[in-house]
Design a protein around this ligand. Structure first.
Ligand SMILES: CC(C)(COP(=O)(O)OP(=O)(O)OC[C@H]1O[C@@H](n2cnc3c(N)ncnc32)[C@H](O)[C@@H]1OP(=O)(O)O)[C@@H](O)C(=O)NCCC(=O)NCCS
Length: 174
């Protein structure tokens, strides 16, 4: 039997930065491909470059030139008025977190969210809102580890939409 090398493979490296305008199309394509894989059979309207409009914040991660992950926030648009009244605080919705499968479980999503959190603090955001689903492997656990709490678990047998929030500390408290 061949002897297995005990040399561990080096951890992947990456650089995180706000999505620059010249990468808008590439990142949108990356996100659309990711969403089609996450929600097969669901007809989602594809994103376009309007995602990067004023008030939003999107970050990308690259290994060299290769785009390997993305995350963003958009101003919360009060689309669930039956559940939440988020008019009290400056609230943004975390969206489009996706890490290329080859780079998972190395802390990349955690690093992306830390960077997004820093951007939010600088923008005087007061609350992060997001929703996710139990069928997305590891997603709820991931957000709980970042400090998010579940504020509503919808009683729908398929989607089990799980709404979560995290209060953002003010600049002077960080
Ligand atoms: C969920 C996702 C973003 C996690 O990305 P990642 O870079 O692998 O996450 P990290 O390595 O930063 O994980 C940090 C912690 O989150 C938790 N976690 C992440 N993925 C997990 C999984 N599949 N199962 C259980 N816990 C998980 C772990 O506690 C992990 O720490 P550990 O590795 O020390 O145990 C990634 O799996 C992904 O892109 N999934 C598809 C898209 C998706 O579901 N997005 C979230 C939509 S709300």
């Amino acid at each position: 039997m061949p002897h297995r090398s005990s040399t561990p493979s080096p951890p992947p490296s990456w650089a995180i930065q706000p999505v620059p305008p010249q990468s808008f199309d590439e990142v949108v394509q990356f996100i659309n491909t990711a969403r089609n894989g996450m929600f097969p059979g669901r007809s989602l309207s594809p994103d376009n470059a309007s995602l990067f409009k004023e008030g939003t914040c999107f970050l990308e991660a690259r290994d060299g030139k290769n785009l390997i992950a993305a995350i963003g926030y958009i101003p919360y648009n009060h689309r669930f008025p039956q559940f939440f009244n988020f008019h009290d605080l400056n609230t943004v919705e975390v969206v489009r977190l996706f890490v290329h499968p080859r780079y998972r479980r190395c802390g990349l999503a955690a690093a992306l969210f830390t960077a997004l959190h820093d951007e939010a603090v600088n923008a005087d955001v007061e609350r992060f809102y997001l929703h996710t689903h139990p069928f997305l492997d590891g997603a709820i656990k991931f957000w709980e580890k970042r400090g998010f709490e579940i504020i509503l678990l919808e009683d729908d047998p398929y989607w089990e939409t799980t709404h979560m929030q995290l209060m953002v500390k003010r600049r002077e408290e960080v």
